[in-house]
Every structure is written in C-alpha cells, then in structure tokens.
Ligand binder design. Structure first.
Ligand SMILES: Cc1cc2nc3c(=O)[nH]c(=O)nc-3n(C[C@H](O)[C@H](O)[C@H](O)COP(=O)(O)OP(=O)(O)OC[C@H]3O[C@@H](n4cnc5c(N)ncnc54)[C@H](O)[C@@H]3O)c2cc1C
Ligand SMILES: *[C@@H]1O[C@H](CO)[C@@H](O)[C@H](O)[C@H]1NC(C)=O
Ligand SMILES: *[C@@H]1O[C@H](CO)[C@@H](O)[C@H](O)[C@H]1NC(C)=O
Ligand SMILES: *[C@@H]1O[C@H](CO)[C@@H](O)[C@H](O)[C@H]1NC(C)=O
Ligand SMILES: *[C@@H]1O[C@H](CO)[C@@H](O)[C@H](O)[C@H]1NC(C)=O
Ligand SMILES: *[C@@H]1O[C@H](CO)[C@@H](O)[C@H](O)[C@H]1NC(C)=O
Ligand SMILES: *[C@@H]1O[C@H](CO)[C@@H](O)[C@H](O)[C@H]1NC(C)=O
Length: 572
C-alpha cells in the first residue's frame, strides 16, 4: 500500500535583537527551562502566558541570526557551523563501521532553526498507541488533533497559486504559530512525481511563513512573547550541571554569555528541554543516570535512573540519486551564483521565488505487503512495529537535486530519493565517553541491528527502483548514478545499504515516558513529565517520546510540548 503526500515546509522570520535580561549570580523563577528548541520554546511561551508565573529560558546557542532565518537553501550551510553541536555517531558495525555526522541545532529554536523544514504529522494511530501505552485517553488522536490545528498556520505558497485539490482545508489550522505551506506547483518535478506514482502504483508539506523559515523560535518566541516581563530568555548560556537543593533537583548551574558561572533555581520545576542527546548528557554529568554508566565515567551517583540514555531510537536513512535532463533542478541554484543572486534579490524584494521552498517536494509513505516473509520472523511476533493498520513502514522522499552523501558534481542535473524506515526496531543508547565525560558523548543508534529494519529498507529501495522505471521518468532520460539494478539480490542490496545509509536526525526515547507505576528502571518520566523518583525536575522534549513517530519528529515534538504545557499547568 502506498500513499503520497505533498510536502509543506516552514520558514522563519527574523528575530530582532532584543535584550534578554542581565543574569545575576543566583536567581529564582517559578520555572527554569533548559534548552530553547522545539519543545523548550513552546513550554516557555505557554507557561509564561500567565503574567504571575516567572519563567527563565536558558539556551546554549545564540539567538537566531539572519542567515538562519531565510529559507531552505541555507540549511546545508548550517550543518557543522557554529549553530551545530558537530556530534558524530559511534562507528556503526552494520554500516561498514563508518562514522557519520549527527547534526543538532545549537541556536534559539534548536534543531528547528537548522532542520529540513519538513512538516509531517504522522498517522493518527501513533497517538492512539501512545494513549494505550500510557493508559491515558487524553493522548488519543481524538484529543491530540486540536493541538495540531493549533500549531499550524497553513497558508498558500508565497506568491504562488493555492490549488485546493492539493490539500484538504478542513484538516488544517490557519492561525497557529508555525507557518506551514506547500511547494509551488509550478515546480517541474511535481507532475512526474505524481504520474510515476500512478504509473507504478506511489507528498508532504514544509514549514514556512511568508517564504521564510518558521522555527520554534520565530513561531513561539515571537516579539509579543519575548516582551513579556515574566519571561527571561538567556542565549549563549549553556547549562553545565543540575544541582540538588535540599531534597529537590531544582537548580541549574550555567555559564552566562560573559563566561561567568551562574545558578538559577526553580520554585516549581526545573524543566529540561535540551533534546534527545543533551538532556541525558546534562543529567549524566550531574550524577543522574544508570549507576554503572556513571561509575564507569567516575561520576558519583546522585540518582540511579537505569533507563536514561537507553532505548535511543533513530531513523535509518538511505539516499539515492539519478541524473535527469531537466535543467530546472535545484543543483543549478546551488552552484550558479548568478541564478542564486537573482533568486535572492527576488526573495528580498517580495518574498517569493525558489528560495522560499525546500528541495524536498513529496513523501511517499509505503507499507510492506502482508504476504512478505518478514511477517513470520520472531522479531515481529508481537505485532506490526508501526503500531497501526494505516501506519507506514517506510518513507521515500523525492528531492529536486543531488541527494547522496558524496558532494555533488559540478555539472549535471539530478533528482533524489531518501528512504527512511519509519518505525525502526533497532535500539541504541547515548552515554558519556568514560574516558572523557565532558567531551563528545557516545551516540549509538545501533543502526540496522534488526531483521525488520534491514528488510524494510531493502523493500523500500526495491519499491523506488520500480517507481523510477515509470515511463514518465524515462522522458527525462533518468539514469541512476549508482550500480544497483532492480533484480539485485538481497546481498547486493544490503551491501549497497551498508556503504550508503546514514543515521537520521529524528532521535527520540532517551528519557522515555511511562505510566506512573511501571517497574523500576523501565522508563524515566511519568505521565506528569516528572523524572521518576526525583523532586523538582521534569523533562519535555524529543527524549520523552517512547515510540518513533511514523514521520519526521518536529511536529510530534511540538505537540508533545503543547500537551505537556497543559499537563504542567493542570489543564485537561
Ligand atoms: C539536521 C536536521 C534536520 C531535521 N529535519 C527535520 C525535518 O525536516 N522535519 C522534521 O519533522 N524534523 C526534522 N528534524 C528533527 C527535529 O528538528 C527535532 O526532532 C526537534 O527539533 C527536536 O526537538 P527538541 O526540543 O527535542 O530538541 P531541539 O530542537 O534540538 O532543541 C534542543 C535545544 O536545547 C539546547 N541545549 C542543549 N543543551 C543545552 C544546555 N546544556 N544548556 C542550554 N541549552 C541546551 C540546544 O542548543 C537546542 O536549542 C531535523 C533535525 C536535524 C538536526
Ligand atoms: C562546529 O564546527 C565548525 C567547523 O569546524 C565550527 O566553526 C563551529 O564552531 C563548531 N560548532 C561548535 C558549537 O563548536
Ligand atoms: C515578485 O517579484 C518578481 C520579480 O523579482 C516577479 O516576477 C513576481 O511576479 C513578483 N511576485 C509577486 C507576488 O509580487
Ligand atoms: C575519579 O574522581 C575522583 C574524585 O573526583 C578523583 O580523585 C580521581 O582521580 C578520579 N579518577 C579518575 C580515573 O579520573
Ligand atoms: C546561471 O544563471 C543565469 C541566470 O539565470 C543564466 O543566465 C546562466 O546561463 C547560468 N549559467 C550556467 C552556467 O548555467
Ligand atoms: C506479494 O504480493 C505482491 C502483490 O500481489 C507481489 O507483487 C509480491 O511479489 C508478493 N510477494 C511475495 C513475497 O510473494
Ligand atoms: C530528455 O530526454 C528524453 C529521453 O531521451 C528526450 O525525449 C527529451 O527530449 C529530453 N529533454 C530535454 C529537455 O533534453
């Protein structure tokens, strides 16, 4: 079964320079939030809606710079920049021991200020599964749908036509903080993408507003929010340690923008929103985490939290590229400085043009056939890993340019397809490096360590090879840049995967949410987002999400943070 969705991207507006408050040696707020990314921006904005509640938001990176607030084409320039943690994954045995980059945003807005801007909700069953896992119907799709509508400001592509047939107006919100739109339908790649799906049996949207990136920072920390007197935002202020204060872990030590060590204490809660890597890393460095891991790093154990940093779930991705004879691919935009300057001038002039959209145009969501051999594998005896009859097993993301880890050639035009196993069953971990606890953490997704993940990725690739044989693509003289015919054996496909796959950027579950009364060690936070067995401390970010979402993670993180804000405020 195959479903095609149109991609929407979000773009960001420029954050004007503001005074973010002057730190003192030690201060107290009702809430102190660590990390101003997807989740932290929302929690800060929602909790400070009550003028009587004081909130401090600490962000390690700088405020949004003009460069990031533009459009899609800037995205690659943000990787391995001062806005990126420059993490790498541990050498992956199933990927020929390659050491791959693991991008994470270090900037207000977090990873939403540097990411691919692809806005996917995932299937309703993701939320129904979460509700049944937590035994709490408030997490079911029927209650969660309103949060999606409330998150979204769905709007026509900048300057372009908005054909209602391309989306379903009734399911979208139009007045939320995050701008979401579709790529312009004038793009050459859209008709063949859809026709090939018809011809071979196979969308998505991106987050932008007025042709600019729409991030957690621009959407939720817009000027009216930033000007609240009860909300203090400090950028360039990395938290270094969570500190125990009496019986409560409600104090954070951080380095302010001038390099001084400061402390902030939360009267109500210290809320960690530092993301799937840095939330566990900060806790581990503070002596909270699996006792054995802490001892290995010579850190004295404050609280034994066996599940912290375990159950790391990450998408496994695989890019492939074909050359085409269309001259309208975005390769031109990336290498032709005259064309780029023209587009930039147009974007500056009236906010339209090719720089307002991403190179990813559609996502095909597919399922493994019910007759396939994988269903008799013991690994899936407990049921479909995707957690729902309508949930996808893989995605294929069409892109309008070179899409392979190697740098693009200086000539030619290309299209790409990136594959993800949407619900991988491999489980990795994030720990400190015992030899260097303050240095680069050990981020190990254990990529492709299950039969399911290997099978689904192989299946997705074969589906793509068939899709690219559609007659409509032949009319663009489509030619693979790789050597993998459709009739390749499993071994040949696997070898291709080992040399070309990469770890995704959608990690979840390193501080996973569970029921209030689960056995010790199974999870990290309870339904109230409090760290179990610890007073004064909550976690709200991608690390609490217990299942990989069947799509990209940004929108689900937004929704979890909205819901968590309501839980923290005592709202239903
Ligand atoms: C390169 C890339 C591309 C992606 N593309 C997409 C996409 O197209 N679509 C999609 O849906 N998802 C995408 N994602 C995933 C999505 O952006 C993340 O799932 C989401 O942003 C996670 O939200 P978060 O709040 O958990 O963490 P983040 O948004 O990463 O925010 C964490 C914040 O905490 C800050 N922080 C960390 N440590 C500290 C500390 N010690 N003190 C103070 N602050 C700290 C960080 O600087 C950061 O601002 C992408 C991610 C990346 C990195
Ligand atoms: C990441 O690496 C780039 C390039 O080496 C560097 O300029 C940048 O400062 C690094 N980022 C951080 C947060 O250190
Ligand atoms: C924006 O400006 C470009 C020229 O730079 C023009 O072609 C286009 O029609 C304009 N679009 C709108 C919506 O004004
Ligand atoms: C472990 O920590 C203790 C106390 O801080 C210190 O004295 C000791 O040198 C450390 N050992 C190692 C191997 O780093
Ligand atoms: C670069 O773009 C300009 C403006 O669109 C165009 O005139 C020129 O032919 C392009 N150069 C190349 C080498 O394609
Ligand atoms: C499963 O069914 C599909 C559609 O009928 C067919 O193309 C495919 O080859 C079958 N797979 C197996 C393993 O039999
Ligand atoms: C692209 O190649 C196809 C197939 O060879 C051909 O029919 C078509 O005319 C070519 N298009 C262009 C723009 O060269």
């Amino acid at each position: 079964m195959v479903r095609i969705a149109l991609l929407a991207a979000a773009a960001a507006s420029l954050l004007p320079s503001v005074v973010y408050g002057r730190p003192q040696a030690s201060e107290t707020f009702d809430y102190v939030i660590v990390g101003g990314g997807a989740a932290g921006s929302i929690v800060a904005a929602r909790l400070s809606e009550n003028p009587a509640t004081t909130v401090l938001l600490l962000e390690a990176g700088p405020k949004c710079a003009s460069r990031t607030s533009r459009f899609r084409t800037s995205t690659p320039n943000l990787f391995m920049s001062k806005y990126d943690y420059n993490y790498t994954l541990t050498a992956q045995p199933n990927l020929n021991n390659r050491v791959l980059s693991y991008f994470r945003g270090r900037i207000l807005g977090g990873s939403t200020s540097i990411n691919g801007m692809t806005y996917t909700r995932g299937p309703a069953s993701d939320w129904d599964r979460l509700a049944s896992y937590l035994g709490d119907s408030s997490w079911a799709w029927s209650n969660i749908e309103r949060y999606f509508r409330g998150n979204e400001a769905f709007h026509p592509p900048p300057g372009g036509p908005f054909t209602p047939a391309r989306f379903t107006p009734s399911v979208h919100g139009t007045s939320g903080p995050i701008g979401v739109s579709l790529n312009q339908e004038t793009e050459w790649i859209i008709p063949p993408t859809l026709q090939a799906a018809e011809q071979e049996s196979a969308g998505s949207s991106s987050r932008s507003k007025d042709g600019k990136r729409s991030s957690a920072a621009t959407g939720y920390l817009a000027p009216p929010v930033r000007q609240r007197r009860n909300l203090v935002i400090r950028v360039d202020s990395p938290a270094t340690r969570v500190v125990k204060n009496g019986r409560r872990f409600d104090t954070v030590e951080y380095r302010d923008a001038s390099g001084n060590t400061r402390r902030a204490t939360a009267r109500r809660d210290l809320i960690l929103s530092a993301g799937v890597v840095d939330t566990p890393v900060l806790l581990l460095r503070s002596g909270l985490g699996p006792a054995a891991d802490l001892r290995a790093a010579n850190i004295s154990v404050q609280v034994d939290i066996p599940a912290l940093g375990k159950h790391f779930i990450e998408h496994i991705g695989l890019p492939m590229t074909w050359s085409v004879n269309s001259t309208l691919t975005d390769d031109e935009l990336d290498r032709n400085s005259t064309l780029y300057a023209e587009e930039l001038a147009q974007w500056r002039n009236n906010g339209t043009g090719r720089l307002t959209q991403t190179s990813l145009t559609h996502i095909i969501f597919g399922r493994v056939g019910a007759n396939e051999s994988i269903w008799s594998d013991a690994e899936v005896a407990e049921g479909d890993p995707a957690g729902g009859e309508g949930a996808p097993h893989y995605e294929q993301i069409v892109s309008n340019k070179w899409t392979t880890l190697a740098l693009p050639p200086t000539t030619g035009n290309y299209i790409g397809m990136t594959h993800f196993v949407t619900t991988p069953t491999s489980r990795g971990s994030i720990t400190l490096n015992p030899a260097s606890p303050a240095g680069m953490p050990l981020i190990n997704p254990a990529s492709l360590s299950t039969n399911w993940d290997k099978f689904v990725l192989r299946y997705a690739i074969r589906s793509t090879l068939a899709y690219m044989n559609a007659p409509v693509w032949q009319s663009f003289n489509i030619t693979p840049t790789f050597d993998l015919p459709l009739d390749s054996s499993d071994e040949e496909v696997d070898a291709f995967i080992r040399s070309n796959a990469f770890g995704g950027a959608h990690g979840v579950s390193t501080a996973r949410l569970g029921r209030a009364n689960t056995p010790f060690g199974e999870d990290v936070v309870g339904p109230d987002f409090r760290v179990k067995g610890v007073q004064g401390l909550r976690i709200v970010d991608a690390s609490v999400i217990p299942f990989m979402t069947n799509g990209h993670s940004m929108a689900p993180v937004y929704i979890v943070a909205e819901r968590a804000s309501d839980v923290i405020r005592g709202r239903n």
